[in-house]
Design a binder for this molecule. Structure first.
Ligand code: NAP
Length: 296
């Protein structure tokens, strides 16, 4: 299996490269601003030039493309919605069309932020999207563009992604920030009024490759099985570190001034992917425990 990872230097992309290598797949990738330290063929590629993607397909001749690249700065998308639409909305459709023309399988990554957060039970794949910020709008446009260009694409929605970046080996995302604060003995104020299903990038990468191996062409929610607040997630990290859990303090979303609105509740129901793969998604506690020895 020849796997081309678009966005190989991203947190998820680096884990997809690593997961492909672990399986003995023939892996190659693209990067945008930073060339990752993988010993695989890599090409520089800007999503903004998505019409040129055919050249990369011609050069590497992959069986499957996984698009992990995106404009992921939620507040940056709010400030530049045209660029968000170009990179997150238009480009994925262009990549999907060019893959479809060449009979290359296409996998696209989307987000829990396609939802408005009004729910109080985890969102299933059938729930109606209704994004409340430019990032979610652009990502939903990307999902729709991919589906209109390719009936066979696999689309996976993730939530609150964190993990070990597999090119730098650094812990990345929310747990790295919490760990840094706790290590220096600082109090960490964490939201008690936001609910997410934290997705460990390595677990998501393995799940994506499992779905690819099964030739799935649907929409799946891929996240952990725990719907938690950042406060609860931070408490799990403090326990795992053996840190003083009194340093984890209660905070609210209103305490932070940000350009983009966040949904208060964006937990994803992972029942479909569990049924398909006939195994349970990990709890957040299991996910943290599974990598902590490598990062402390
Ligand atoms: N992070 C989250 O909490 C979260 C939650 C739900 C869904 N997602 C989705 O999951 C996917 C992966 O996210 P991530 O967390 O791995 O993000 P990330 O670490 O920020 O990686 C984003 C990647 O996009 C690439 N990129 C940015 N602008 C580009 C451009 N103009 N052309 C080509 N590549 C460009 C970056 O390349 P360089 O590094 O080379 O610049 C980077 O590799 C995205 O689709 C994101 O929307 C993320």
């Amino acid at each position: 299996m020849r796997l081309l990872v678009v966005g190989a230097n991203g947190l998820l992309g680096s884990n997809v490269v690593d997961a492909g290598q672990q399986r003995g797949w023939d892996v190659c990738g693209t990067y945008h601003s930073t060339r990752p330290a993988f010993d695989v063929p890599l090409a520089q590629f800007d999503l903004g030039d998505y019409e040129e993607f055919g050249k990369i397909l011609g050069e590497y001749e992959p069986d499957v493309v996984v698009n992990c690249a995106a404009m992921t700065d939620v507040d940056g998308c709010e400030q530049d919605p045209e660029r968000a639409q170009l990179l997150n909305g238009d480009a994925p459709g262009g990549l999907a069309a060019q893959c479809d023309d060449r009979d290359v399988e296409f996998v696209h990554i989307s987000t829990d932020y396609v939802f408005d957060g009004a729910a109080r039970n985890p969102y299933t794949e059938e729930a109606a999207p209704n994004p409340v910020q430019a990032y979610g709008e652009s990502k939903l446009a990307g999902e729709r563009a991919v589906r209109s260009e390719s009936e066979t694409a696999l689309i996976a929605r993730l939530s609150f992604v964190w993990g070990i970046h597999r090119s730098t080996d650094d812990l990345t995302g929310f747990p790295a920030w919490v760990r840094g604060k706790l290590r220096s003995g600082e109090a960490v104020p964490l939201f008690t009024d936001q609910w997410v299903t934290p997705t460990r990038a390595g677990q998501a990468a393995d799940t994506l490759l499992d779905l690819i191996a099964r030739e799935k062409v649907e929409l799946y929610h891929v996240a952990c099985a725990s719907c938690v607040t950042p406060y609860e997630f931070g408490t799990v990290i403090a326990e795992q570190m053996g840190a003083d859990s009194a340093l984890v303090r209660e905070g609210t979303m209103a305490d932070v001034d940000r350009a983009a609105t966040r949904p208060t509740y964006s937990c994803l129901d992972v029942g479909n992917v569990e049924d398909e793969l006939n195994r349970a998604q990990p709890t957040v506690r299991e996910d943290v425990a599974s990598v902590w020895n490598a990062v402390q």
